[in-house]
Design a protein around this ligand. Structure first.
Ligand SMILES: Cc1cc2nc3c(=O)[nH]c(=O)nc-3n(C[C@H](O)[C@H](O)[C@H](O)COP(=O)(O)O)c2cc1C
Length: 177
C-alpha cells in the first residue's frame, strides 16, 4: 500500500480542484492506500527568502511555520498530487510558494509518482500552457514520473465539476494508484 500526499492549493473550500482532490482521495482510500490531503491555503507557508540558510546548515529552513511538517510528509510519500487552479495563465500563488519552499531539499526530492489536478475557467489549451511551474518542479524529482493529468476546463464557478464526467474520473484515478 502506498502513502499518498495530495497538495490542494485552491483557496476555495468547495473549489473545482479541491472537489477533484477529494474524489481522488476517496478512490485511493477505497484501494487501500493511506491518503493525506493538505489544503495549502489554510497553512502558514512563508515565501522563500533566498537567504540560503538551508544550504549552509544542511537543509533546515530558517522559518518555523507549517512547511516543515508538510515537507516531512512529502519526503515519506510515494505518490504526490499537485492540484491548482489556473490563475493568469499560471499556477496559484499558494502552490508556487510551496514549491519554492522545497528548496532546502531540492537536490534530494526523491522519486515520486506524480499526478496533476488542474481547473480553469477557460479551455484545456489554457491549462496546457499554464503548467510550466509544476513541470519545472517535477523535473527536479528523482526519475520524474507523471502518472496522470486531470484537466477540468470551462469551470469558472466553484463546484461545476460535480456535474461532469471528470468527477468520476478523479475517483477512478485515485483508485488506480
Ligand atoms: C485570480 C484569478 C485568475 C484567474 N485566471 C484565469 C486564467 O488565466 N485562465 C482561466 O482559464 N481561468 C482563470 N481563472 C478562473 C479559475 O481558473 C477557475 O475559476 C477555476 O475553476 C478555479 O479553480 P478552483 O475552483 O479549484 O478554485 C482565474 C481566477 C482567479 C480568481
Amino acid at each position: 500500500m502506498k502513502k499518498v500526499l495530495i497538495l490542494s492549493s485552491s483557496p476555495r473550500k468547495k473549489g473545482n480542484s479541491q472537489l477533484l482532490c477529494e474524489q481522488f482521495q476517496r478512490g485511493a482510500e477505497a484501494a487501500g492506500h493511506t491518503v493525506t490531503l493538505v489544503r495549502l491555503a489554510e497553512k502558514k507557508i512563508g515565501f522563500c527568502r533566498a537567504c540560503d540558510g538551508c544550504m549552509r546548515n544542511g537543509g533546515t529552513c530558517v522559518f518555523r511555520d507549517d512547511m516543515g511538517p508538510i515537507l516531512e510528509q512529502f519526503r515519506q510519500a510515494d505518490v504526490v498530487v499537485l492540484a491548482t487552479p489556473v490563475y493568469f495563465y499560471g499556477i496559484s500563488a499558494q502552490m508556487k510558494a510551496w514549491i519554492d519552499r522545497t528548496y532546502p531539499i531540492w537536490q534530494s526530492l526523491g522519486h515520486k509518482e506524480v499526478y496533476y489536478i488542474v481547473s480553469a475557467g477557460l479551455g484545456a489549451d489554457v491549462i496546457a500552457r499554464s503548467l510550466g511551474d509544476l513541470d519545472g518542479f517535477v523535473e527536479h524529482l528523482d526519475r520524474p514520473e507523471i502518472r496522470g493529468r486531470l484537466y477540468a476546463a470551462d469551470v469558472m464557478d466553484a463546484g461545476l465539476v460535480r456535474d461532469q464526467p471528470i468527477f468520476q474520473q478523479a475517483y477512478e484515478m485515485g483508485r488506480g494508484v
